[in-house]
Write a protein that binds this ligand. Sequence first.
Ligand code: SF4
Length: 224
Amino acid sequence: MNTALEGVETAPFTPETSPLEVITWALETYPDIAMPSAFNLNGVVLLDLAARAGYRGKVLFVDTGYHFPETLQTRDALAQRYPQLEFKTLNANLPDTAQYLEDVDGCCAVRKVGPLNDYLEQSGPSALLNARSREQASTRAEIPFVETGKRTRINPLAHWTREMLEAYALEHDLPVNPLYWDGFLSVGCWPCTRAVRPGEDARAGRWAGKGKVECGLWVGEKAV
Ligand code: SF4
């Protein structure tokens, strides 16, 4: 199956369109839209913007069993701050094994991509709100506001820089994962995440030295 995603030329946006305008358009166009999130800086900013735009739907978090305690605390703080949203944690229910050490692609497939794909197949939202931005990594440098594929993905933060995201989070006193301020610019599972070094892009600390840059949720044959 070809799961390549392409930008939608008809979406009424320019690079200067604000994330709030994109979200407002998405909520009107896709009333059943859902929002997967790992509660990184981008995700926390998107969540706040979506709530301000009137989003009242699901926030889907996949618990791989290997998250940092700080990430789970961030999820809980957000759930408390936004009671109008429906926070849902998905779990692969797998035993704690050392599988990730041998096969990171396989581990992500069963612990992360599989649970979200299964849930989306059952619950069937037509579109997803997604927090990726172009500046995060070279693999994301061309992300459009709207992608089509197995499901439509709306990327309201596509053109925001890290400085803009940080400024927004600080201005609105958002509960950012405390690891972020220690250099974990993208926080995933603890066995596969390290702090970013000066000059590296935001996702350089994910699967460092393992020849992997994306978990498979957004690219590849099994992408949601
Ligand atoms: Fe497994 Fe690492 Fe992927 Fe987490 S990030 S699901 S531990 S391979």
